[in-house]
Design a protein. Structure first.
Length: 261
């Protein structure tokens, strides 16, 4: 079993180790790989659930995610109650278990063969992803679906925004949620991009390296998947500064900021 653990605990946070230990108690042979997203960023969580889940990988896969801002109810929480747990089954039989909050399910909602709530406590611990949820996640990973509850309607899940920063990679490339088919430009066309208060010229390219060094490219990037509705490959646009950092060019913006073009 290959498990992708996606959470907003923070890079290097021991919380990843604590959750990993709980998962390995039930699945001792599993390989677990952690991915840290920015605090409360359900957008980044949902984006990587889709990118990892809808693309090629080991046959036996579980994505276990936890990004729970507890924004479903503004009132004081009783016994650390938060958003509920959900299960999704993707077309390639990848299992997805995690908290339903914000955009966590937005990128996969039209791809999932199954969308169900999970009958597990929503409270009882401030650290639910360690103390409460692993029991359900590992049971489902092992084929035990007895905890599945009512169906989750796609209408309950917000559509993903198509104009945001989804991720900043280690090279300073800005991955966006803009699908490439929404950009109707000829190759090598100059365009203007604004993020926050920073405006920059860019060159639209169908390949990031097809621009001179020092030039900001606006091009289809390395993230995307096949849309089950159309059968077409979707690639998401990326801002790439050859020989530099697009992230620094735009004043170090945050994930979820709007990209104006």
């Amino acid at each position: 079993m290959f498990i992708s653990l996606i959470a907003d605990y923070g890079t290097g946070d021991p919380a990843f180790n604590e959750v990993t230990q709980r998962l390995l108690m039930a699945l001792p042979q599993a390989q677990i790989y952690a991915l840290s997203v920015p605090p409360f960023s359900t957008l980044a969580t949902g984006f990587w659930i889709a990118q990892l889940g809808l693309n090629l990988g080991p046959k036996e896969r579980l994505i276990y995610h936890n990004c729970a801002p507890r924004e479903d109810d503004p009132q004081a929480r009783r016994d650390n109650e938060g958003e509920g747990l959900t299960y999704a089954l993707l077309p390639n039989d990848v299992k997805v278990v995690g908290v339903f909050a914000g955009y966590t399910l937005s990128f996969i909602k039209h791809h999932a063969k199954v969308l169900r709530r999970i009958n597990v406590s929503r409270s009882g611990s401030q650290f639910r992803s360690r103390d409460v949820f692993p029991i359900a996640a590992t049971a489902i990973a092992s084929g035990d679906l007895s905890l599945l509850g009512e169906e989750l309607s796609v209408e309950e899940i917000p559509d993903p925004p198509s104009d945001r920063i989804a991720w900043i990679d280690g090279y300073g490339n800005i991955k966006t949620t803009i699908p490439d088919h929404l950009v109707q430009l000829e190759s090598e066309t100059k365009c203007v991009v604004r993020i926050g208060d920073v405006v920059s010229d860019a060159i639209y390219s169908d390949g990031s390296f097809q621009v001179p060094k020092g030039t900001l490219a606006f091009a289809p990037g390395s993230t995307g998947w096949v849309d089950v509705r159309s059968g077409k490959q979707i690639r998401f646009m990326e801002l790439f500064l050859r020989g530099g950092s697009a992230w620094e060019r735009f004043g170090k913006p945050r994930v979820n900021q709007v990209v104006y073009r």
